[in-house]
Structure formats: C-alpha cells, structure tokens
Design a protein around this ligand. Sequence first.
Ligand code: DLZ
Length: 161
Amino acid sequence: MATANKNLSQYDKSRLPSAFSFRFAIVKAQWNIQVTDGLYKGAYDTLLDLGALPGNIVTIDVPGSMELIFGCRQAASISPPVDAIIAIGCLIKGETMHFEFVSMAVYHGLSQLNLTLPVPVIACVLTDNQLEQSLARSGGIHGNKGVEAAVTALQMCGRDI
Ligand code: DLZ
C-alpha cells in the first residue's frame, strides 16, 4: 500500500472505456477543504478527460468525512441515477483518538454502502498524519488520489448486480 515516491495520477486513456454515456456523483467533505478541493479537481477534470459530460457529474457537499456516508446514500437515490459515486474526504491525525475512530467509521460505512447500494462507491478519503502528506497526494509531489478515484469509478461503471 505504500505510495512513497510514486505518482498516482498516471493513466492510459487508450486502455479505458469512454465515460461519455455514464453519470457520476462526487460527494465532497468540507473539512480540510484545501485538500478536498484538490482531490475534487483531480477527479472532476479526469472524468471530463475520459469523456464524461459536465451535466452528468453531480456534486454533493457535506460538512465532514463522517457525513460522506449519508451523502453517498443521497447520491444513490438521485434521478436520473448515477453509475458511480466518488466519496472525497481528508482525515488528519490529531492529538486524540478521534482520527482512529472516524477513519474506521468512514471506511466501514463506505464499505457497507458497497454491500447494500446498487451503485459502486469509490473511497477517496485520505488518512494522513500531517497536512503536508495530504497536500502531496491531492495535486502535489505524489500526484492526485482524485485522479485515481475517477479512473476507478469509470472502471466500475456499467456493472449490473
Ligand atoms: C471533528 C472532525 C475532526 C476533528 N477532524 C476531521 C478531519 O480531519 N477530517 C474530516 O473530514 N472531518 C473531521 N471532523 C468532522 C467529522 O468528520 C464530522 O463532520 C463531525 O464529527 C460531525 O459528525
């Protein structure tokens, strides 16, 4: 899982389907907005680059990463339906156990959604010790995890349950 010294943002467009006919939701947490803005831009621009239409990308803002779970449930019920949902958040470790509890709860909640919703939910939630690590992965020296999430979302589109 280590990503040190790797740029995560490279993808080979020729090996991916077009996103033209698919609809996406991006659910974005406002905490650590500097980071989630960068992740959002990476995901949004990549979906466009892969052929998605701007009108087929729905954005839902939620306060913090804990609320991503509910936001994704909301996204799964919009009409016309979306084909994939990207959850964007950034959790940064503080001095208490809060980080551990929230990180576990968020990833557990998003996993549960993948077991219950008819649409895939892609987790793009950074869990870092320091802000600098998150900045490096949201458009910095380690690329942009939002780009990776958009590619993953496209790869998960069109799969019937
Ligand atoms: C409360 C809190 C803290 C301390 N840290 C973060 C964080 O680093 N990243 C994040 O996305 N959200 C944080 N939150 C807010 C919680 O996700 C949530 O919004 C509140 O606990 C209210 O449910």
